[in-house]
Design a binder for this molecule. Sequence first.
Ligand SMILES: C[S@@+](CC[C@H](N)C(=O)[O-])C[C@H]1O[C@@H](n2cnc3c(N)ncnc32)[C@H](O)[C@@H]1O
Length: 129
Amino acid sequence: MFSKKKELFSNLKDFAGPSGELTLLEIGAGTGANFEFYPAGCRLICNDSNDNFNKFLYKSLSQNPHLQLERCVIAPAEDLQQIPNASVDVVVCTLVLCSVKSIERVLSEVCRVLRPKSKDLVGWIPPGS
Ligand SMILES: C[S@@+](CC[C@H](N)C(=O)[O-])C[C@H]1O[C@@H](n2cnc3c(N)ncnc32)[C@H](O)[C@@H]1O
């Protein structure tokens, strides 16, 4: 998946807000396997429902000092009430929707937290590619 992820995440900077900063929420971040693909200076909000991943996630953060951790939200992605409306530029979610309880509720939360301009632009790696 390395080359697919590299390609998919290559334009993340284009989603930066008016200040030039990019705030990225990763849902179900797990061990932080996607962190190496995020651009320098990216402000990262990590979400996972399972806090047992935290120590691996912090290890991955220490290996990716180009990222700024804003916060970790331990909660089901179906209910991200700790994250304000229209506050993030990008939401990343890989290998997670197959295990959530409600895809509809997760996607509804994704739409709520994304800044309006970000909703038009969606990246997708088809399963099995
Ligand atoms: C297969 S791992 C994928 C981790 C990472 N996204 C990746 O691509 O390597 C699935 C992750 O989703 C998390 N997860 C499962 N259900 C969740 C939910 N409802 N809300 C948030 N995270 C969830 C799990 O705890 C786990 O960290």
